[in-house]
Design a protein. Structure first.
Length: 202
């Protein structure tokens, strides 16, 4: 990997409205880390962006990662359309196979990529991926996530130090903190990451 390549960190804060970032004083809120790292020292869309329709988490995140609309990438909702209940409440956990995604494009251009709990990241094609997935909120979730992680075994290895991994049903601040801190530490110990994606839940 070339050392002169620019590193990129994309942070997705699900359902964060622009006014919470750009009108903090008026709204009486304070987001010092977002202000420091993204508004003052990062890159952001100051004029906002036009979301895709429908504006659900999974179609939006797949559009972020592919640069395409739902009509192209094929993810229109969070959950899979299943009027007969054959898929037992499954969501669109998997990356679209219809278009290239950012994980794949990064790899083609010599970047390493990593993501933690990013919607639509199962089988995304990155180098280090702990995908967003859940089944029943028990330790079974850890086993599923571990089996789908790249490299496989990463979650079980981390659980030796952190206890049970905070899977996709743990939307608490503590769950977000555990996922981000442990994965950052794990990835830094393995390789110099050039491109990383983290998704924080609302």
């Amino acid at each position: 990997m070339e050392r002169n390549k620019v590193s990129v960190l994309l942070v997705s804060v699900d359902a964060l409205k622009p006014e919470f970032v750009f009108e903090q004083e008026r709204l009486g809120i304070s987001l010092p880390n977002i202000s420091k790292y993204f508004v003052e020292n990062g890159t952001f869309a100051g004029g906002g962006v036009q979301s895709v329709f429908p504006t659900f988490t999974y179609p939006c995140h797949q559009s972020i990662m592919t640069g395409t609309n739902p009509a192209t990438h094929g993810i229109y909702n969070n959950g899979i359309f299943d009027p007969l209940g054959e898929h037992m409440g499954a969501w669109h956990w998997f990356a679209s196979r219809k278009v290239e995604n950012l994980w794949e494009a990064a790899g083609k251009h010599g970047y390493l990529s990593a993501s933690v709990a990013f919607p639509t990241s199962v089988a995304a094609g990155g180098d280090f991926i702990a995908p967003e997935f859940w089944w029943d909120g028990t330790e079974l979730d850890s086993r599923f996530i571990d089996a789908m992680s790249v490299p496989q075994g990463m979650i079980m290895e981390m659980e030796k130090d952190i206890g049970r991994y905070a899977g996709g049903l743990d939307l608490t601040e503590a769950g977000d903190r555990q996922r981000s801190e442990e994965h950052t530490s794990e990835l830094q110990s393995r390789v110099d990451i050039s491109y990383a994606v983290f998704c924080l839940k609302k």
